[in-house]
Write a protein that binds this ligand. Structure first.
Ligand code: ADP
Ligand code: MG
Length: 249
């Protein structure tokens, strides 16, 4: 059974079909990139998977369970965590506090079983583990707003990771990064994913990043899946080259 299965997933905004009958499967341990021009529906697809936006048609199945339309918090508790295309951190709190708040979000509702102190201790441990996995431990006490842009994006990944997801969704993790920062981010993500206990979908514009990280690529164009396959196969597809890669070449 695939970990994530999208079946005819669609979302309409007025006259616009932003996501149009998307079928997609992600296996456990898989790293999948979603590429496509601006406005293709990539972020909306993430919003549909995480239930931030409700589909107008189709189903989302995760770990053999239909999660379509569940409240956002319940989807997170099932094991799907994400980052956003635009930064979502608290600049005036330390890196560790940012991650700890994210770790605690997953435990909401379990407070009364564990008691406040135990939850705080546990979330602090989870925060430190996540910071370490992203190579950010030396920045733990720095205010998030003072970190470099590349480290801020990694901090967002740490925040998602601290929720102990089975599926991690990263929306353009290298957006706005220098070549050097991008390289570092890819190295860190590769080491984070090395043991493959985690599946990941990333939206990514940088084809080099896609080729270094992804097992499979889905090309979205005007809300529809235009191509789906290993990176080399997708790259060779003439249809993809003219519809997507051509726009950037
Ligand atoms: P991408 O992430 O691929 O650049 P998006 O998923 O952000 O694309 O957007 C796809 C299309 O849906 C765009 O035309 C965008 O303007 C539209 N859209 C996204 N969210 C909304 C919304 N909440 N209301 C209306 N239109 C939206
Ligand atoms: Mg987007």
């Amino acid at each position: 059974m695939p970990l994530l299965e999208l079946d005819g997933l669609s979302r309409r905004f007025g006259a616009l079909l932003a996501v149009d009958t998307v079928d997609l499967r992600v296996e456990t341990g898989e790293i999948r990139a979603i590429i496509g021009p601006n406005g293709a529906g990539k972020s909306t697809l993430f919003n549909l998977i995480t239930s931030v936006v409700k589909p107008t048609a189709g189903r989302v199945r995760f770990a053999n369970e239909d999660i379509t339309g569940l409240p956002v918090q319940e989807v997170a508790q099932k094991g799907i965590a994400r980052t956003f295309q635009l930064c979502h951190l608290f600049p005036a709190l330390s890196a560790r506090e940012n991650v700890r708040i994210a770790a605690q979000a997953r435990d909401q509702g379990r407070w009364r079983f564990f008691g406040g102190d135990a939850v705080l201790r546990r979330s602090a441990e989870q925060a430190d583990a996540a910071l370490q996995r992203l190579g950010l431990e030396r920045h733990a006490d720095a205010l998030a707003g003072t970190l470099g842009h590349g480290d801020q994006r990694l901090l967002e990944v740490a925040m998602a990771l601290a929720q102990r997801p089975r599926l991690l969704l990263l929306d353009e993790p290298t957006q706005g990064l220098s070549v050097k920062e991008t390289d570092h981010t890819v190295d860190i993500l590769k080491s984070m994913l090395a043991d493959r206990d985690l599946s990941m979908i990333l939206v990514e514009h940088d084809m080099e990043v896609v080729f270094r990280l992804a097992d499979f690529v889905t090309v979205l164009h005007r809300g529809r899946v235009l191509a789906d396959g290993p990176p080399a196969v997708v790259k060779e597809s003439a249809q993809v080259r003219s519809a997507y890669l051509g726009e950037f070449a």
